[in-house]
Design a protein around this ligand. Structure first.
Ligand SMILES: [Zn+2]
Length: 117
């Protein structure tokens, strides 16, 4: 996964060179496609292009940006997940169930620089 990171700690997967927090130049950075669940939000809504209700998952990539993904699986805070990049989006799955759910989980990239601590 590639994105941009600033010295102040701000990170994003959006294509932007300037840090929205401090205005400094951000550096192109690569992270492993792994993250930890920060929050699991029960929504039960149909995401764009989705065929069944999903919930929202907020994940944090170590030393990297925060991302949100759609999932139809129950997660808890602190769970490890992996994801695969698909064009502008990420497909996320729990590490142990990646095969089983890969066609059912859709991740939408919401961290476009507006997500902050
Ligand atoms: Zn900054």
């Amino acid at each position: 996964m590639r994105g941009y990171k600033c010295k102040c700690g701000f990170a994003t997967v959006a294509d932007r060179m300037r840090c929205p927090r401090c205005g400094k130049h951000m550096k192109l950075t690569y992270w492993p496609n792994r993250g930890k669940v920060l929050a699991y939000v029960r929504l039960g809504v149909f995401p764009k292009g989705g065929e069944f209700p999903m919930d929202l998952l907020m994940i944090e990539v170590e030393d990297g940006p925060k991302l949100a993904c759609w999932t139809d699986l129950p997660f808890s805070k602190g769970d490890d997940i992996t994801f695969v990049q698909l064009e502008d989006n990420y497909i996320c799955s729990p590490q142990c169930e990646i095969k089983k759910v890969e066609h059912k989980v859709e991740l939408s990239q919401v961290d476009r620089g507006e997500v902050d601590e």
